[in-house]
Structure formats: structure tokens, C-alpha cells
Ligand binder design. Sequence first.
Ligand code: CU
Length: 134
Amino acid sequence: MVSRRFASITSMGVLAVAASGALGGCGRDVPRSVADVYTVRGVVEKLPQTEGPDRDLYLHHAPIPSFRDERGMVVGMMSMTMPFPVATGVSLAGIAPGDAIEFTFTVNWKRPTGYQIIRIHKLPAGTVVDFTPH
Ligand SMILES: [Cu+2]
């Protein structure tokens, strides 16, 4: 998903909405969330830059075993460092590289660049994030 960039999701109201969409080929409707939502722990690698084209927050995130692909299949995502767009209005105040954090991000495969962080908070100092596969 790293290569996909998503337009901003402007309202959290869309998150709870489920929609029914036909996936090509099989001819039957498969219920599908408009946006998948994941809450994950990680460690901050790099803060968003104030200049240049790269304004993402880079996080080393823990494994996400429930991660679903664009067809809704649970495929999981292994632990990795990747860039996350941060939704407008989400404060990164007090968050620095090396901090252990817990964050929530949404994935909307119907948008060209549909993933972004909608909530983030720092974990207590000394918190050890579990990056082992599970
Ligand atoms: Cu990832």
C-alpha cells in the first residue's frame, strides 16, 4: 500500500458507513466497508517535513494481522517502516522521532490515495512496542 497515495477523507462520519459493492466477475454483491480502520502501535521514525513534496509521517508499525486488501481479503501487513499521510487537524505536538505511539488510520481503496492517520497519541515513556509477527 505504500505506493498508493490517498486523497483526504474529510469526515470521520464515513467510517461507520458500510456499503454494498459488486466486485467484478463473480456477479454477486460483497458487503464492503467504505473505509477500513486500524489501530496499531509503532515507533516514530521521521516527522513530516515542512518543505518539499514529502509531508508524510514515517512510522515503524507493528504487524497488522487484520489488514484487508482492496477486495476485503484479510491479508495482514507485516511490520515495516512506511509513510503515513496525516489527516488535517490531527496534532503531532509533543511527538518526536523515537517515541512509541498508538495510532489509528483509515484505508479507503476507492480513493486514489486513500489511507491516512486520523488519531495518534504518545505511549508512556519506556513502552516497548511488540514488532514480532503474530
Ligand atoms: Cu505497512
